[in-house]
Design a protein around this ligand. Structure first.
Ligand SMILES: NC(=O)c1ccc[n+]([C@@H]2O[C@H](COP(=O)([O-])OP(=O)(O)OC[C@H]3O[C@@H](n4cnc5c(N)ncnc54)[C@H](O)[C@@H]3O)[C@@H](O)[C@H]2O)c1
Length: 324
């Protein structure tokens, strides 16, 4: 039987989720507190539109809720959905404070519901390919990872560059390295809107000794969406601005010849781009949510991985606020 899904929040992003769930499952409800957003519902005559989230919670035949509302509402809406025994896919980040996310994880476990944060890039076939290379040891020892997410605009005045842009890169860095940072510090400046940082630099250090960095900005001449991983044997770049060469592998690295008394040299070999499937990451994310609901995969792990991202985000935010 098809999973019945309701989507809450029909602004810029929610309609993309609605489109995918209409394809993959039964789109039963569309919800936005703004009645003008009922225009989205016209595309889906079988789905009911409401301005009240309570209608979704009260529908006992509804299996799952997708939360695509603004960040400050995520925790509350996800909590209420879990309390109503619904599976939840909640846009990133599900909470901005670690203790709130822990509450969601506990609730999901108690109710045996899926709690899937919408970390879109983790479903990108290019990022999956980079992860396979790391896990297979193809890069040698991984030394550092850094993310660039810069552009001129979109200038936001309600959430800073760390929350708006950084969660993507943070989720990827933690997925690739698979460890919690012991240090996570951020520095930035609110040039345009008081209290909202437009440019943020982050530094993370992990128990293994590996380090990571993120440059997040909407005041920049470069449009960059890039993750670079530096290993001792190879280096790999995921570049989401590239149409075809999303992943480039550099056979470059440090090298110490045995006859040179310890002097380091560098080694340069081939540079190549593996073929990356063109599948839509959001469709893969939605399909994963449905698979988890149907009992396939580890629902505890996806919730715990989401909590790891929120913990690191919380550390970065408190250091940005001057708290550490
Ligand atoms: N994964 C991605 O790549 C990606 C991309 C864009 C946005 N997002 C995320 O999606 C979320 C929404 O972003 P957006 O750009 O669509 O925002 P938006 O402001 O365009 O839309 C949010 C909508 O939610 C509605 N809303 C607010 N509170 C509500 C409530 N309590 N009940 C029902 N509806 C409510 C608003 O009326 C609005 O229509 C954000 O969390 C954002 O971070 C993710």
């Amino acid at each position: 039987m098809s999973v019945r899904v309701g989507v809450a929040g029909l602004g810029h992003w929610g309609p993309n989720l609605a489109r995918n769930f209409a394809d993959l499952a039964e789109l039963a409800w569309l919800c936005d507190e703004d009645p003008a957003r009922s225009d989205v519902a016209e595309r889906y005559p079988h789905a009911r539109f409401t301005t009240s989230y309570d209608d979704l919670l009260a529908d006992e035949a509804l299996d799952a809720i997708v939360v695509a509302t603004p960040v400050p509402t995520h925790f509350e809406l996800a909590r209420r959905a879990l309390e109503a025994d619904k599976h939840v896919l909640v846009e990133k980040p599900p909470a901005t404070q670690a203790r709130d996310m822990d509450e969601l994880v506990v609730l999901a476990a108690e109710r045996d519901r899926v709690l899937l944060p919408g970390h879109l890039l983790l479903y990108h076939p290019g990022i999956r390919r980079v992860k396979e290379m790391l896990d297979a040891g193809e890069l040698g020892d991984v030394l550092c990872v850094y993310g660039n997410r810069q552009n001129l605009g979109i200038i936001r005045s309600n959430e800073n560059a760390l929350l708006s842009l950084g969660v993507h890169d943070l989720s990827v860095i933690l997925y690739l390295l698979d460890e919690d940072p012991e240090t996570a510090v951020a520095q930035g400046r609110d040039f345009l809107t008081q209290g909202v940082e437009d440019v943020v630099f982050c530094y993370l250090r992990f128990p293994s000794g590996r380090i990571a960095h993120m440059h997040l900005s909407w005041l920049d001449p470069h449009k960059m969406r890039k993750i670079t991983v530096v290993g001792t044997e190879k280096m790999v770049v995921f570049d989401d601005m590239e149409l075809e060469r999303k992943v480039t592998v550099y056979e470059k690295g440090p090298w110490r010849p045995s006859d040179r008394y310890g002097e380091w040299q560098t080694r340069t070999g081939d540079i190549f781009s593996p073929r990356i499937p063109n599948d839509e990451p959001l469709k893969l994310e939605c399909a994963e949510f449905l698979r988890l609901i149907e009992g396939d995969g580890d629902r505890r792990k996806v919730a715990a991985d989401g909590a790891r991202v929120v913990r690191a985000l919380d550390m970065l935010t408190s250091s940005l606020d001057g708290g550490s």
